[in-house]
Design a binder for this molecule. Sequence first.
Ligand SMILES: Nc1nc2c(ncn2[C@@H]2O[C@H](COP(=O)(O)OP(=O)(O)OP(=O)(O)O)[C@@H](O)[C@H]2O)c(=O)[nH]1
Ligand SMILES: [Mg+2]
Length: 561
Amino acid sequence: MSNIAGRVREAFRGDQRVDADALIARLDAVRRFLTAVDGLLPDSDLVPAHTLVERAGTRLALSRDHTVVALAGATGSGKSSLFNALAQLELSPVGVRRPTTGVTHACVWGPLEGANHLLDWIGVLPRHRFVRESALDADDETALHGLILLDLPDFDSVQRSHRLEVDRLLGLVDQVVWVVDPQKYADRVIHDSYLREFHRHRDVTLVVLNQADRLPPTEVPRVLDDLRRLLDTDGLTGVPLLATTAIDPAGMVGLRSALERTVAERQAALRRLAGDVDTVVAGLDELVGSARPAGGPDDAAIHGLNRALAGAAGVPAVTEAVERAYRHRAGAATGWPVVRGWRRLRPDPLRRLHLPGPSGDQADPAESLVAATSVPDPTAAQRSALGLAIRAVADRAATDLPAAWPGAVTSAARSRLGDLPDALDRTIAGTDLGLDRRPLWWRIVGGVQWLVTLAAVVGLGWLVLGYALRALGLPALDNPMVGQVPLPTLLLLGGLLAGLLVAALTRPVVRWAARRARARAEQRLTARVAQVGDEYVLTPVRIVLGSYAQARDALRDAARR
Ligand SMILES: Nc1nc2c(ncn2[C@@H]2O[C@H](COP(=O)(O)OP(=O)(O)OP(=O)(O)O)[C@@H](O)[C@H]2O)c(=O)[nH]1
Ligand SMILES: [Mg+2]
């Protein structure tokens, strides 16, 4: 029951019209697909799609008023006999010695001029082109006007060149009439290698059982039934099946009127190409699958990547240098003035990494264009951690993608690996580590240090002067007293003690502030390094995922009949 319903549906589908604009839109979608996957999927998988786009473009640009129908079949099935019988002329030699037809012959109904470009493209030599238009026919042949009938060599030939010619032409013609004979209609070659391959071209396929006259009339329906069963197995349910006799005009009526219908509809070229699009889309389906386009690399993988990048970029070394540099600079600004100069002689830890030194002491901008810093190169462990993190990003991003894509995603993730070291180095060199500004409290503490030191110096000077006057026997200075202590002594000792005290109190504050400066620098460096990861690893991955989404959409559009 369902088989009958299926046949009715299939037969009905054969009558469906293919809209030229819709077909062009589907072909455009295939073109979009090819653009989206260019360089991402193996070229060998894309050959049928490229061939289709090229062929369809040419076929549609050539005459749409002509319908190219090929007679195909095994040797001796009677292709040339049918060809001659339809043309009502002896155009293609019919022979006893097999195979007979070695090159394709063409017969054009109507003027040859319009058909010539088409025949050039199909590759029928001019000397094998014939015109079936004669004043004698009057109106008999007008129903076939626009038909280009091809008599093909045999596809089961002992001659390899014949098979190649047939395979080439079967890819170009608009409709195929498969000619079988009562002896060989069940041959495996025609069913396995040809008819089955055409199951998506049912609406441009016609099968004829030729030489029906060789069968007892009662046998014909039985053989046709058997052949129909074989065609159903081939996936060609519902294709028109006719019995013909090439040697008897009465046995040609069915085929002739079928061809007249085909020519009148002017649909065969469009239907053939629509079937080609179906075949190509079915072949590509596996490459694209039905997975939703992935949103992008997931957060955990990105986090891992950023950590690995920070390690490879030497962020820990730089942040440690920032902490030391902070202590160094804060010490120079707030320390005891007597030893400050000595501190300044020690090199700044950041300058040792060729990173911006103390304020106004920036790294040479020209330097920062190339390997800008002297941050230690990544260790082998850091490099392999980075490799693994990049792989993880690609793997996670490609989890749901069909088998053809993860390779492309991984290649994209690694595509700029070689540029990463320089980019990271430049980024580290260009990051504001937050040490440029001298905090106000440094200046206040520094000022206090100067004051107390000044007090000590004044006290010392005062005392020295007093001793000198006494030694020279001059009247002694009248030292004011603060409580029990003379003021100069208080100034000297107080100044010294206060200096030491301020230095002692400042030290833990400096350490705490240095740790904060380190944390701030770490945050900035990590953010900048993450930008590099985004640009050099994640963006290429996203581009591939975007291409995947475009390819998927394009294929869905191409599949829409
Ligand atoms: N009785 C009968 N003989 C036929 C019929 N059609 C073809 N023949 C004969 O079958 C033989 C082969 O016919 P061709 O037309 O040369 O067959 P072909 O398919 O073109 O063969 P190749 O060119 O070798 O591929 C010839 O002797 C024809 O006369 C038919 O309908 N009835
Ligand atoms: Mg022949």
